[in-house]
Design a protein around this ligand. Structure first.
Ligand code: SF4
Ligand code: SF4
Length: 461
C-alpha cells in the first residue's frame, strides 16, 4: 500500500515561548539502552573528574593548575608560565577535535560528556526524581496548594541541590588548590582563607542557580556550540532524528493508512529541552537520546521495529544514499588535524625538562682587569627545573680561545619548578676579542639532556 506524501506539522515547542518567556520543562522518566549507557558514562566521567586531583602521576596530581605560583601539572607533564605558548596547541587541539567529532557524530559531546549534561542528568535530575517523584506527580503537586507535603519535598530537594552544588564546586576548586590544601582549608575557619572561600561560595551559588533553575537554558541560549552545529555538520553527520517517511502520517495503531508514529508524544515529554524531534533537526536538540529510548519503548509495545527515532544521518533518515567517511568536509578536517598533529609534535619536542637563560648583569657592559688585558663580562644564569621531581644540573662554560670562566655554582640541585640565579664571570683576552664573539654555557641535567645558554661578549674594539 502506498503511503500518502509526507507532510510534517509545525509545532511550537521547546523551552522558550514565542514571546521570550520561559516554558519550564519537566521531562518524564525514560528507560532504555541509551539511558542506561549514559548513566554508566556519567558515573565514569564524574569519577574521572573528581578523582584527577587525587591521582598522583610522577609525584604530582594528575591535574593541578597552580595559578598562584604559575605552575601547572597535567597528566604527568609539568609546565610553568614560560610554557604558556603551548596552550595554543592545547586549545586548538580541543577545538579541532570538537569540529571533527561534530562532523562525524553530531552533538554526542552535548548528550554524553558535557559537564552541564553529566551533572544535570546524572545528579540533579536524579535528586529531583527521587524527592518529588515522576513527572505527572511533580506537575500535579506544583499546580496544587502549598501543603506540608509540597513544602518538605521542595525544602529537601533544594537542600540536596545545594549540597550537590557544593560537591561540584569543591571538585572544580580542587583543580586550582592542591588536595591537601583544600582539605586543610575545609578544616579551618573561612576567615583564614577568605579569597578561596569567596570563590567556593560564588561557584556554588552559580552552580546551584544553574542546575536548580537555569538548566537547559544554558544550552539553548548561552552555549555557542549548539549554534555552530549547522555549519559543522552535513547531511552525513550522525544526529538523533525522526524517520518521517516511516512515521507519517501519524495515526492510531489500528489505522492501516497511518505511518508508524501513533502520536503518543512520549518522545516529546521525555525531552529535556522540551522540543518535538519530529519537527526535524533543531538547535535545541542536545542529542541526549531520551527520545530514541522513549520511541523504542512504544515500538516494542506495538510490536513494530525499533528506530522510528534513531541515531542516523539526515540522508539516512530520508532514505537517501549515505556517505560515511569519504566526504570533502572530513578530508579538509583530516588535513587540518594532520597539520595540527605535526605542529603539536614539533612544539612539544622543544619542551625540555628544564630551561636556562644567560642574562647580562645591569651596569657597565664589561670591566677591564689585569692592567687592561682582560675584559670581564658579568652574567647571571637563570636555571628552572620544569620536571615534576628534584634534579641536579652541572654547569660549565664551553671552551674557546682566549675565554675563561668563573661559575658561581658548578652543580645546582633544584626541586620541581624551583629556579636558581647563578653568577657567571667570563674573562676575555682583549687582544683576541672581536665584536660579535659569543659565550656558550652548557647545562646538563644529571642522567638527562643538555641545553645551552648563549650571550654576546663585549670588550674594547
Ligand atoms: S514516541 Fe514515537 S510513536 Fe510516539 S509520538 Fe514520538 S515518534 Fe511518534
Ligand atoms: S530531541 Fe531527543 S535527543 Fe534531542 S534533546 Fe530532545 S530528547 Fe534529547
Amino acid at each position: 500500500m502506498t503511503k500518502p506524501k509526507v507532510q510534517l506539522p509545525v509545532v511550537g515547542a521547546g523551552s522558550l515561548r514565542e514571546d521570550g518567556r520561559r516554558n519550564f520543562v519537566h521531562p518524564a522518566d525514560v528507560a532504555g539502552r541509551f539511558v542506561k549507557a549514559r548513566y554508566v558514562v556519567f558515573a565514569l566521567l564524574i569519577g574521572f573528574w573528581a578523582g584527577l586531583p587525587w591521582v598522583p602521576i610522577n609525584g604530582n596530581p594528575a591535574l593541578f593548575l597552580d595559578v598562584e605560583r604559575r605552575r601547572f601539572f597535567l597528566f604527568g607533564g609539568t609546565f610553568n608560565a614560560q610554557d604558556a605558548w603551548l596552550l595554543f596547541f592545547l586549545f586548538s587541539g580541543v577545538g579541532l577535535s570538537v569540529i571533527v567529532v561534530t562532523a562525524l557524530v553530531g552533538r554526542v559531546w552535548c548528550g554524553w560528556a558535557c559537564p552541564q549534561t553529566v551533572f544535570m542528568e546524572g545528579m540533579f535530575r536524579r535528586i529531583e526524581r527521587w524527592v518529588e517523584g515522576p513527572r505527572n506527580v511533580r506537575l500535579k503537586r506544583n499546580e496544587g496548594p502549598w501543603s506540608a507535603d509540597k513544602i518538605w519535598r521542595k525544602v529537601v530537594k533544594h537542600v540536596l541541590f545545594a549540597l550537590a552544588a557544593l560537591f561540584v564546586s569543591h571538585v572544580f576548586l580542587s583543580f586550582f588548590v592542591s588536595m591537601p590544601s583544600l582539605l586543610e582549608m575545609m578544616r579551618r575557619s573561612p576567615a583564614e582563607h577568605p579569597t578561596a572561600f569567596a570563590w567556593m561560595v560564588g561557584v556554588s551559588v552559580i552552580l546551584y542557580g544553574n542546575f536548580a533553575w537555569f538548566r537547559e537554558q544554558l544550552c539553548v541560549i548561552i552555549c555557542p556550540y549548539g549554534r555552530l552545529q549547522s555549519v559543522l555538520t552535513d547531511r552525513d553527520s550522525l544526529v538523533v532524528g525522526y524517520d518521517a517517511e516511516r512515521g507519517e502520517p501519524r495515526g492510531k495503531a489500528s489505522d492501516a493508512n497511518a505511518g508508524d508514529c501513533v502520536d503518543c508524544k512520549r518522545c516529546v515529554v521525555v525531552c529535556p529541552t522540551g522540543i518535538d524531534i519530529r519537527n526535524g533537526l533543531q538547535l535545541d536538540c542536545i542529542g541526549c537520546t531520551a527520545c530514541i529510548d522513549a520511541c523504542d519503548e512504544v515500538m516494542d509495545k506495538l510490536k513494530r521495529p525499533r528506530g522510528l527515532v534513531r541515531y542516523d544521518s539526515q540522508n539516512g533518515l530520508e532514505h537517501q544514499p549515505k556517505k560515511k567517511i569519504l566526504r570533502p568536509r572530513l578530508a579538509l578536517y583530516g588535513a587540518l588535524a594532520l597539520a595540527w598533529g605535526v605542529g603539536a609534535f614539533l612544539a612539544f619536542r622543544t619542551h625540555t625538562s628544564f630551561e636556562a637563560n644567560l642574562v647580562r648583569l645591569r651596569g657597565a657592559p664589561y670591566h677591564l682587569v689585569e692592567e687592561g688585558t682582560i675584559a670581564r663580562n658579568l652574567f647571571t644564569l637563570h636555571v628552572v627545573n620544569k620536571a615534576s621531581e628534584e634534579a641536579a644540573f652541572a654547569i660549565r662554560g664551553r671552551e674557546a680561545d682566549g675565554v675563561s670562566f668563573r661559575i658561581g655554582e658548578e652543580r645546582v640541585v633544584l626541586g620541581s619548578l624551583e629556579s636558581r640565579q647563578v653568577p657567571v664571570y667570563v674573562d676575555v683576552v682583549v687582544e683576541g676579542y672581536a665584536p660579535g664573539d659569543r659565550v656558550v654555557i652548557e647545562i646538563a641535567r644529571e642522567g638527562g639532556e643538555t641545553v645551552t645558554a648563549e650571550g654576546a661578549l663585549l670588550g674594547p674594539r
